[in-house]
Design a protein around this ligand. Structure first.
Ligand SMILES: C[S@@+](CC[C@H](N)C(=O)[O-])C[C@H]1O[C@@H](n2cnc3c(N)ncnc32)[C@H](O)[C@@H]1O
Length: 328
């Protein structure tokens, strides 16, 4: 597939027509199993039809509606592909157990990402529900995972000192005492120790002026802030704000997800040139981000208005250099 595609239609029909094992990453943010007013966003014919499709019959009907779509998503994923399913408390347990574990296998479950979606609010008689779940599954043991790193918090950064050149560093242990797996016993500059590194590495650190001599005769390693990768991203994401009324990226879509959220998912689970599919593209966040990150993409939505908004957003994003087309 060489061209990016924005497709208007029921994703079930479109998915059925797609070739197997062609997609590297799927992100889906289907309508949640919540109440009617919240669900119908655009109010156009396609959306109302889809709403009726999945509502009559309660939770088991909703799960069946979603499951037949996810079955095809699983089929179109490459053996090395991954899927991220965004949902909330209304149906998350059912989706994980009845759909994802069954189709992908429990062994291929990677994480439940908890995204803090709003600031604190009161939910009468229970804790405030301010988070969404994003289930992350791979299709096999072989898949793309590019670790993502976050900035250190200010409290941690306060522990760094300035060296003579003004660079911030923290000193770290070079002794292997107490560590399992041994170490290297030798004397360096008069200090006999069981070191974490061999003598050649110690000399290299010295050459780079990375050794820190303590007042009581020890040697430690200077770790420079500008050389550290940051904190490896964990499963609880509180650092990405929702798209609020003031946000520059807002397109007037109530369930619009922030670009930063999609950026993290796409960077982590795909590489440049990979094909990304969003079968519930809504306001187009995933495909706009995929395009910016030089991934190929397919976005599907049943709502004319959703496709129109996504189209406009892509035009804006691409500086009018449009390289996609709309299927009817
Ligand atoms: C929660 S929104 C997606 C929001 C999107 N992630 C964003 O950031 O803007 C769900 C979208 O799914 C679309 N939708 C619902 N049922 C569908 C179906 N059967 N086929 C295609 N799209 C569908 C709706 O029109 C709606 O735009």
């Amino acid at each position: 597939m060489s061209v990016n595609k924005l497709i208007l239609g029921d994703n079930l029909d479109i998915l059925k027509a797609m070739e197997s094992e062609t997609v590297d990453l799927i992100y889906l943010d289907p309508p949640f199993f919540s109440n009617r007013n919240y669900e119908v966003i655009w109010g156009d014919a396609g959306e109302v039809r889809s709403f009726q499709d999945r509502w009559e019959g309660g939770i088991s009907h909703y799960i069946a509606w979603l499951k037949e779509r996810v079955e095809h998503m699983h089929r179109v994923l490459k053996p090395t592909g991954c899927l991220f399913l965004h949902c909330d408390w209304h149906a998350d347990a059912y989706i994980r157990v009845e759909i994802l574990d069954r189709l992908f296998g429990m062994n291929n479950f990677k994480n439940t990402i908890v995204w803090k979606r709003t600031t604190a609010h009161n939910d009468s008689g229970r804790f405030g529900m301010n988070a969404d779940s994003i289930f992350y599954y791979a299709k096999s043991n072989e898949y793309t995972f590019n670790p993502q790193f976050l900035d250190y918090d200010d409290e941690y950064k306060k522990r760094f000192r300035k060296d003579n050149n003004g660079r911030l560093y923290i000193d770290d242990n070079l002794s292997a005492k107490g560590l399992s797996g041994g170490g290297y016993k030798y004397e360096y500059k008069g200090v006999l120790n069981l070191w974490r590194c061999p003598p050649e590495t110690m000399q290299q650190y010295d050459k780079e002026d990375k050794l820190y001599y303590t007042a009581n005769g020890g040697i430690r390693l200077k770790r420079y802030l500008d050389e550290l990768q940051g904190l490896p991203c964990q499963t609880i994401w509180t650092d990405i704000n929702p798209v609020n009324s003031q946000a520059k990226e807002k397109v007037g879509y109530p369930t619009q997800k922030p670009k930063a959220l999609l950026e993290r998912i796409i960077k982590c689970a795909s590489n440049e040139g990979d094909l990304i599919l969003d079968p519930f593209v809504g306001g187009g966040t995933s495909v706009v981000v995929a395009d910016k990150l030089n991934r190929r993409w397919i976005g599907i939505d049943q709502s004319v208005r959703a496709v129109k908004v996504t189209e406009l957003r892509l035009q804006h994003n691409n500086d009018n250099n449009i390289k996609y087309y709309v299927h009817q």
